[in-house]
Design a protein around this ligand. Structure first.
Ligand code: PLP
Length: 416
C-alpha cells in the first residue's frame, strides 16, 4: 500500500517513516525535536514539476520568481537560485536575504505594501531591482527620494493592480477584490479605474513603468480555476489598454497562489491549463511578446519540509484524546492555528499504520486553545516518545514562527 503523500522524499518502510532514505526516528533522536527537516532534492523536483506544466506557455517567455516570504532559509534559497528562479520580496529584509543568497538585483521584484519612505529609499539603493508600487499615492514620495538618491539610475518600475476579484483558501489570504468574505477591506493593489491615472502620473514624473502585477490570493485548488481565469482575462484587457496608450509593457506578473497538495481529496490546480489560458489570451490580444512572470511560494517549498515533534503523553478529556507534543504551532507552523481551513497531514513516524486507528487532536504546548496542529485525525494510537511528522510544513512555517510563550524556534536541517 502506498499513502497519497508518499513521494521520493517521504517513504514508508517496515511501518516507519523514512526521509530521503533515512528513518525519521533516527533523525529526530540524533538532532532533537521539534525539528524541521527539508529536502533540497524535493524543492528541485517541485520546481521541475512546475516548469513542465507552465512550459505550455511556449513560445511565450516566462520566469518564475519565488515568493521568499514562504520560507527564507538560505540553503533553500540557494537551491532555488541554482534552478534559475528569481525572487519576489516584500520587505528590505527579504531583499537583503535574497542578495546574500546570491540573487542578482535584476532578478528581484519588490512587491511590498504600505511602503515607508525608508523602504523606498532602500529599494532605490539596489540598482537593477524592480519596484512594484501598489499605490498611486507613493509616486510623489518616490520621485522625491529618487531625485535625491539616484537620478542617474533609470528606475525599473511596475504597478500592482487589484483586478476587483480575488481567490484564496481562506478569507485572510484573499488579496484582491473589494473586501474579504469576512468584510475586511482589501488593501492591496491599485483599483482598476485608477491604474491609468497611475501610469500617466508616473510618466509625468519622469518614470517609465514597464510592467503590471496582480496577486489574487493563496492556496488555489482546481475549484478556483474559473475565477482565476476571469482575473487573467481582466489583466489581459487592461494590459491591452495600457499597451495601446503607452506601448511600454515588458512583463505581466500573474502572482503566485497555486496550492501544494495538503489533502488527499484536494483537486489539483490545473497549472498546464492555466499556462495555456494565459498563452491563448495574450496571443489573441497581440501581447505575446510580454514576459510572463509567476510568483509561487508554497507550491515550491511546502512539500519539501516536514516538522518532527515528540509525543509526550496521551491525554483523555471529555471523551477527546489528545496527543500532547513538545512543540507549539505559533513557534513552528502557525497555519492551523491562524487559518481554520488549513490542514496538514500528520503521520506517526514510529508506527505509520495499524489496523486500529483512533481519532486524535495533536495538541501543542502553548497557552492558546487554537494551538493544535490537527484535530480529529485518525492515527494509530501513539505511545509516549513516538515521533509525529507534520507534513507540508516547508511553507509559512519557519517564516511565520514566533517565540510566543518564550518557547524557542525549532532547529532546521537539510537533506540533499
Ligand atoms: C505578492 C505575492 N506574490 C506571491 C505570493 C505567494 O503566494 P503563494 O505562496 O500562495 O504561492 C504572495 C503570498 O502572499 C504574495 O503576497
Amino acid at each position: 500500500m502506498r499513502y497519497w503523500w508518499e513521494n521520493d522524499f517521504l517513504q514508508v518502510k517496515n511501518n516507519k517513516l523514512y526521509l530521503e532514505g533515512i528513518p525519521a526516528e533516527e533523525i529526530a533522536h540524533q538532532e532533537g525535536t521539534p525539528l524541521f527537516v527539508y529536502s533540497l532534492q524535493q524543492i528541485k523536483r517541485k520546481y521541475q514539476e512546475l516548469v513542465k506544466a507552465i512550459s505550455h506557455l511556449s513560445p511565450l517567455s516566462f520566469q518564475v520568481h519565488y515568493a521568499l516570504k514562504a520560507n527564507s532559509n538560505t540553503p533553500l534559497l540557494k537551491t532555488l537560485r541554482t534552478c534559475g528562479v528569481g525572487i519576489d520580496a516584500v520587505s528590505p529584509g527579504e531583499i537583503k536575504k535574497a542578495l546574500e543568497a546570491g540573487f542578482p538585483p535584476e532578478r528581484i521584484f519588490f512587491t511590498g505594501t504600505s511602503l515607508s519612505t525608508e523602504d523606498l529609499r532602500f529599494a532605490l539603493s539596489v540598482p537593477g531591482l524592480c519596484l512594484i508600487l501598489d499605490a498611486v499615492e507613493l509616486l510623489a514620495p518616490l520621485k522625491e527620494i529618487h531625485r535625491h538618491l539616484s537620478p542617474q539610475f533609470p528606475l525599473k518600475l511596475g504597478f500592482r493592480w487589484n483586478p476587483g476579484i480575488g481567490q484564496g483558501f481562506n478569507s485572510r489570504v484573499i488579496t484582491a477584490g473589494v473586501s474579504s468574505p469576512e468584510g475586511i477591506p482589501i488593501k492591496f493593489g491599485i483599483e482598476p479605474n485608477r491604474l491609468e491615472e497611475a501610469w500617466a502620473q508616473a510618466i509625468s514624473l519622469g518614470f517609465q513603468p514597464i510592467g503590471l502585477h496582480q496577486h489574487l490570493g493563496s492556496g488555489w485548488t482546481g475549484t478556483d480555476f474559473p475565477v482565476v481565469c476571469q482575473a487573467v482575462e481582466r489583466m489581459v484587457e487592461i494590459a491591452q489598454r495600457i499597451e495601446k496608450e503607452w506601448g511600454v509593457l515588458k512583463f505581466l506578473d500573474f502572482g503566485g497562489g497555486f496550492a501544494p497538495r495538503y489533502q488527499e481529496n484536494q483537486l489539483p490546480f490545473p497549472l498546464q491549463d492555466y499556462a495555456l489560458t494565459i498563452k491563448n489570451k495574450l496571443t489573441k490580444a497581440k501581447l505575446k511578446d510580454k514576459l510572463v512572470i509567476f510568483e509561487p511560494g508554497k507550491f515550491l517549498v511546502a512539500e519539501a519540509g516536514i516538522l518532527l515533534v515528540r509525543v509526550e503523553y496521551i491525554k483523555s478529556s471529555f471523551g477527546h484524546l489528545f496527543a500532547c507534543v513538545n512543540a507549539g504551532t505559533f513557534n513552528s507552523l502557525p497555519r492551523p492555528a491562524i487559518y481554520p481551513e488549513a490542514r496538514h497531514e500528520v503521520v506517526n513516524a514510529s508506527c505509520v499504520h495499524s489496523p486500529e486507528l483512533v481519532p486524535l487532536t495533536i495538541a501543542g504546548h502553548l497557552c492558546e486553545t487554537g494551538d493544535v496542529f490537527a484535530w480529529q485525525v485518525k492515527l494509530p494510537l501513539p505511545r509516549a516518545g513516538d515521533i509525529l511528522a507534520i507534513l507540508q510544513a516547508g511553507a509559512y512555517g519557519q517564516s511565520m514562527a514566533s517565540t510566543f510563550n518564550l518557547r524557542s524556534l525549532p532547529r532546521e536541517i537539510y537533506l540533499s
